[in-house]
Write a protein of this length. Structure first.
Length: 43
């Protein structure tokens, strides 16, 4: 298993935030940053 690929989800109970996003309370949120790399020769 590669630990860098495991994301931590957080439970959101903020009714205003849920309403902004069109969700019901509670909902789960995750922030995930990734980078797209150009295709290299030979792959």
């Amino acid at each position: 298993m590669k630990d860098s690929l495991i994301a931590d989800f957080t439970e959101v109970t903020d009714r205003e935030k849920a309403s902004e996003l069109g969700f019901e309370v509670p909902f789960w949120s995750v922030e995930w940053d990734f980078v797209l790399a150009p295709k290299t020769a030979g792959t």
